[in-house]
Each structure stands twice: as C-alpha cells, then as structure tokens.
Design a protein around this ligand. Structure first.
Ligand code: S6P
Ligand code: ZN
Length: 186
C-alpha cells in the first residue's frame, strides 16, 4: 500500500442491495452471458424478444492494491433461461491464492464452486448464511427463488477476475428447475 486511506462507511439496503457512495454499479444483461446457459435455443429465443438485466453489482470503491479489502453487493433477479436459473458469469481470481466471503442478505440461491482439477461444491444460500470460498475455487451464484437474491461479498482488493476458463469450458455444476424445485446437477 502506498497511500494513507481514511475510514469511511456506506449504507446497504438489504432488500434491494443498493449501496450509497462510493459505489460503482455494474449491470449484466442476458446478452452479456452468451454461450453460458445450457439451453442455447431457449437463450436465443429469449434474447430475440428481450434483453433483461440478470444481475447488478454495487461495488464499494477502494484502491485495487494488496492490503485493501474490496466488497460489493450482488443482486440476481428471479428468472430462468429454459429450466436453468439466472446466474452470474462466474470466475477464478487472477491471484488464485485469494479467498472470498459471501453473506446472503435476501432471497434464495446457490453458490457453486469448482477447482481446476475437477472438484466441486454447492452451498445453499438463504438470509444469514455466510459462505467461505477458499483460494483456488472458481465461484458462480444463482437465484433459485421468486424474489431478488442479494448477497454481500468481501475479497482482497488486488485479487482480480479471471473469466476465461468459465467462458471456455463452462461450470461443472448447473442448477435447473425439476418438478418445480431447484436441482443441482453435475
Ligand atoms: C468478486 C466477487 C463478486 C462477483 C459478482 C458478479 O470477486 O466474486 O463481486 O464479481 O458477484 O459475478 P461475476 O462472476 O460476474 O464477476
Ligand atoms: Zn470473486
């Protein structure tokens, strides 16, 4: 760290995930997740009609340097592409030795994790559940409920995002609606 940073606070609205300044909003729409959903025909059909927002990320701004902690809320809206619930792109951290903590504030979802050598884990997320993503585990979240799924994540600010492997090979697990209920499949 080079420069002294001063303490600050933000207010988080648990219902909407909105964060007061200093926060940056990143919006991901259906068109930003090309090639990631299993049912590509359902994806193309949906995209020909609409381009909904799948999730918003409200990132609390800190220097992207070792020593700082970055954090954000993510709000995944309810919906499906075919039978598969709306999810985030998913990523490894560029500095793979960095962990992350996700705490659910609202709604119902899953945190999916996998390693490059083929291990996988899924954690069900409901309000109050705080999940630990250890170093080396890629992570993706999804909303399997009928309301916005909101969680708060904290990670080393210099960790970075590596989306390449997920865009190339996808995620090991998927969560689909089967008989009206979410089912985790490999
Ligand atoms: C960052 C952290 C989250 C995600 C966000 C969106 O390390 O894991 O802020 O960036 O939930 O997911 P994604 O996969 O689109 O970046
Ligand atoms: Zn991350």
């Amino acid at each position: 760290m080079t420069k002294l940073t001063f303490p600050f606070k933000v207010d988080i609205d648990f219902a909407t995930g909105h964060v007061t300044a200093p926060a940056k909003v990143l919006t991901r729409r259906l068109s930003d997740l090309q090639g990631l959903f299993m049912d590509s025909a359902a994806y193309e059909q949906m995209l020909s009609r609409e381009n909904p927002v799948l999730y918003d990320v409200y990132e609390i701004q800190v220097p992207e340097e070792a020593g700082h902690l970055a954090s954000c809320t993510t709000v995944i809206y309810p919906g499906k592409v075919g039978k598969e619930y709306f999810f985030t792109k998913g990523h490894f951290h560029t500095i793979e030795e960095t962990a992350e903590i996700y705490t659910c504030l609202r709604g119902e979802g899953y945190l999916l994790m996998m390693t490059r050598d083929g291990r996988s884990r899924a954690i069900k997320m409901t309000p109050g559940v705080s999940a630990y993503i250890p170093p080396y585990w890629a992570h993706r979240t999804l909303n399997c409920g009928g309301e916005p799924f909101v969680f708060y994540g904290v990670w080393p600010a210099d960790a970075g995002h590596d989306y390449a492997a997920i865009l190339d090979k996808g995620f090991k697990q998927r969560v689909m609606e089967v008989d009206g209920k979410p089912a985790v499949t490999e």
